[in-house]
Design a protein around this ligand. Structure first.
Ligand code: ADE
Length: 225
């Protein structure tokens, strides 16, 4: 899978997407993440990318021309399944969206900054608008990074143990069961005996019951869905 991201502050993405599972997926060639600095399409000697909004009001807006030039260049080189704008007024991102997006070949994510992007980009280029939650962060970069991480780790072959994505929280609308590692006793605090029993079927049952119990207690709304 290939994920292109257009950002006004690309350095916010480099570190986030350059470690652990996602970096290993990139090294293995399972996932290409290509970050384009919108500033390189900026206008004039100051490489301007934002301007005041028409009609007045606080906050700058990312200008149409640098974004159009950038998106057109990327579109000439790649055929995108989706061109996504990350914005608080988009559809709320969740695990089932991550699952279906992980099956796509090419996506382009446009990050807003300041007050957002010129509306005409949304009308003429954007195919999907996604929010990471009902709150506002300073720019779309972190939202794009979260989406790229959640989607990228689900790309087939990225996780060594394929079942480990299946047992993630939300994958089956349940929270994950608790996990433990060595030592089996610390400070007199014991790991549940069942996990030491070696009895696979009983362990699976215990995990399922714990998932259900935790979901009922912490996120009953998930069970209502
Ligand atoms: N940009 C600013 N806030 C955002 C949010 N909640 N989701 C996606 N993009 C954003």
């Amino acid at each position: 899978m290939r994920i292109d991201i257009v950002a006004a502050v690309p350095s916010l993405l480099d570190s986030f997407l350059g470690h652990s599972i996602i970096q290993r997926a990139r090294d293995k060639g399972l996932l290409t993440i290509n970050i384009t600095d919108l500033r390189s399409y900026g206008l004039g000697k100051n490489r301007q990318i934002d301007d005041y909004q028409f009609g007045g009001g606080a906050g700058m807006v990312l200008m149409i021309e640098p974004l159009v030039n950038c998106i057109e260049d990327l579109k000439a080189a790649n055929q995108y399944d989706q061109i996504i704008y990350v914005t608080p007024d988009g559809k709320k991102f969740d695990q089932s969206m991550a699952n279906s997006m992980s099956l796509l070949n090419n996506i382009l994510i446009i990050c807003g900054h300041y007050k957002g992007i010129d509306q005409r980009i949304r009308e003429h280029y954007i195919t999907h608008e996604i929010s990471i939650g009902d709150y506002v962060i300073s720019g779309g970069e972190l939202a794009a990074a979260i989406i790229a991480d959640a989607v990228g780790r689900l790309v087939p072959g990225v996780l060594n143990d394929e079942t480990s994505a299946l047992s993630d929280s939300f994958q089956d609308k349940l929270l994950a069961p608790p996990v433990y590692t060595r030592p089996a006793t610390f400070n007199g605090w014991d790991v549940p005996n069942i996990l030491l029993s070696g009895h696979e079927k009983k362990i699976d049952e215990w995990r399922f019951e714990e998932s259900l119990r935790r979901t009922q207690m912490l996120r009953p709304d998930l069970l209502e869905e």
